[in-house]
Design a protein around this ligand. Structure first.
Ligand SMILES: [Zn+2]
Length: 253
């Protein structure tokens, strides 16, 4: 669900949701992607923080997976000042090590942990991914430093280093390794690159092998990891190790 669109079908008058008002309610807007024929309407009009565009169901489908890759992030549910990516990163990478009470009820899924409107902090890969798709900056963190996706491909196409979320799609298993090759930032993508997922255990690898095999190879997936460059000259630009399921978000829009 994008945050920008055009007011006119010839796509000359760009409009961002933060600049919309209540008088835009019920109007039609045109997808931001050039060549895409999808027609959209404004949801939550008059509420610039929560407004977003949504394709009208009777209109043509989006031409690209990126048209709707923004998902929907509602900032009013979270306390921005509590966002500390480094702390969240450690919790998600090692959930059992976390001393926080907030993690006590964490199951296998991506549900928010604590209750209370606007008092929650971002706590899942899914929430951080959508936040980064909406904001360039959040609590003084630059989204470009947190998320590698198609928008900053030029920055990351030759290597991804450090604690980041990377947007990708599954490709295939590495030969004679319990590792999976992924397309960054998606498939298809002009001159796209590969990244490598290693797994803490063989069991975890097969779990994801089966999930990837049954996933549409074009569906975007977001993966949190401590990314490093390959040891030698390889066909991939970065790799990380999956310790647990909280690092991976299968994006279903
Ligand atoms: Zn579109």
């Amino acid at each position: 669900m994008p945050y920008k669109a055009y007011r006119d079908s010839s796509k000359t008058k760009e409009i961002k949701t933060c600049d919309t008002t209540i008088i835009d309610k019920g109007k039609t807007f045109y997808c931001h992607t050039q060549g895409c024929k999808a027609v959209m309407t404004l949801v939550n009009s008059g509420d610039s923080e929560r407004a977003h565009f949504r394709r009208i169901s009777s209109s043509p489908n989006h031409s690209s997976i990126f048209c709707s890759a923004d998902g929907y992030f509602d900032p009013t549910e979270y306390d921005e000042a509590m966002f500390d990516f480094n702390v969240i990163f450690r919790k998600l990478m090692n959930p059992s090590d976390s001393p926080s009470n907030n993690d006590k009820k964490v199951g296998k899924d991506t549900n928010p942990i604590i209750g209370g409107g606007g008092k929650k902090q971002l706590s899942t890969v899914r929430q951080i991914y959508y936040m980064c798709r909406k904001y360039d900056e959040y609590n003084n963190y630059s989204s470009r430093d947190i998320l590698a996706d198609e928008r900053n491909y030029a920055t990351y196409k030759n290597g991804i280093i450090g604690n980041k979320i990377v947007q990708c799609t599954p490709y295939h298993k590495f030969h004679e390794e319990f590792a999976y090759k992924m397309n960054y930032p998606s498939f298809p993508y002009p001159n796209g690159k590969y990244i490598k997922l290693n797994f803490l255990t063989e069991k975890l690898f097969w779990e994801y092998y089966n999930k990837f095999k049954t996933t549409n190879y074009k569906d975007l997936i977001a993966i949190l990891g401590n990314w490093t460059l390959p040891q030698s000259d390889e066909m991939y630009i970065a790799e990380c190790t999956i310790n647990n399921s909280r690092q991976i978000y299968f994006k279903i829009e």
